[in-house]
Design a binder for this molecule. Structure first.
Ligand code: ADP
Ligand code: 5GP
Length: 203
């Protein structure tokens, strides 16, 4: 018999822009029972980005309205734009027993940990600053000015690594994906605070 987990686990995946979070998360959601939360942002869509799939693209007014209504689990301003995690969708999925992944920045991760201390924070590191630059340039989605801003912000995020629970270096992609999957699996086997329902099966 399975473990009968009533609730799924909440994972936060953070790391400097260009480190490979999106690439890794795209693989994780191919597994059953792992859902990726879709954030709301005031940033303009990049070519190929689909509203409701990659983000909910919103005006500043719309975003502020959602803050007012307490619709976000967390929100933060990142690189001049606002980003927020819709609360209800996350809670519903956890209740359904799904693992939920938030791909959000470090400030957001720390806010989630405050609101939901059971959240598991995973930090994705690039192999080096040089490789991070290559990835941002290679992705071809950001102007040179934006890339410089993102690189300058990377160390500030990495300095907060100590607040996180796990870290994975995304050098070889397949290895990194495997390591994150390993964390998700291990957390699924963690002994819960209330063991009585498990013990009672053996009485
Ligand atoms: P993030 O979501 O953290 O901003 P992305 O997932 O968009 O980063 O990755 C940035 C770029 O680096 C993309 O072009 C992606 O294809 C590439 N990339 C991601 N992981 C690796 C890896 N392990 N090795 C080489 N390139 C990678
Ligand atoms: P991008 O503009 O490259 O899609 O994302 C920029 C940064 O915003 C990334 O570090 C990404 O993880 C973060 N981000 C995306 N969605 C959210 C969110 O809902 N909340 C917070 N705090 N950060 C987010």
């Amino acid at each position: 018999m399975g473990k009968n987990h009533s609730r799924g686990n909440l994972f936060v995946i953070s790391g400097p822009s260009g480190t490979g979070k999106g690439t890794i998360c795209a693989e994780l959601v191919k597994e059953d029972g792992i859902d990726l939360s879709v954030s709301m942002t005031t940033r303009a869509p990049r070519p190929g980005e689909v509203d409701g799939k990659h983000y909910y693209f919103a005006s500043r007014e719309e975003f502020l309205e959602n803050i007012e209504k307490d619709n976000f689990l967390e929100y933060a301003t990142v690189f001049d734009n606002m980003y927020g995690t819709p609360k209800d969708a996350v809670l519903k999925r956890l209740d359904r027993g799904h693992n939920v992944i938030l791909e959000i920045d470090v400030q957001g991760g720390l806010l989630v940990k405050k609101a939901m201390p059971e959240a598991i924070l995973v930090f994705i590191l690039p192999p080096s600053n040089e490789v991070l630059r290559q990835r941002l340039e290679g992705r071809g989605t950001d102007s040179p000015e934006v890339i410089e801003k993102r690189l300058a912000g990377a160390l500030n995020e990495i300095k907060l690594l100590g607040e996180y629970d796990y870290y994975v270096v995304n050098d070889d992609l397949a290895t990194a994906i495997d390591e994150v999957k390993g964390i998700i699996r291990a957390e699924g086997q963690r002994v819960p605070a209330k063991v009585a329902p498990i013990v009672s099966r053996y009485e």
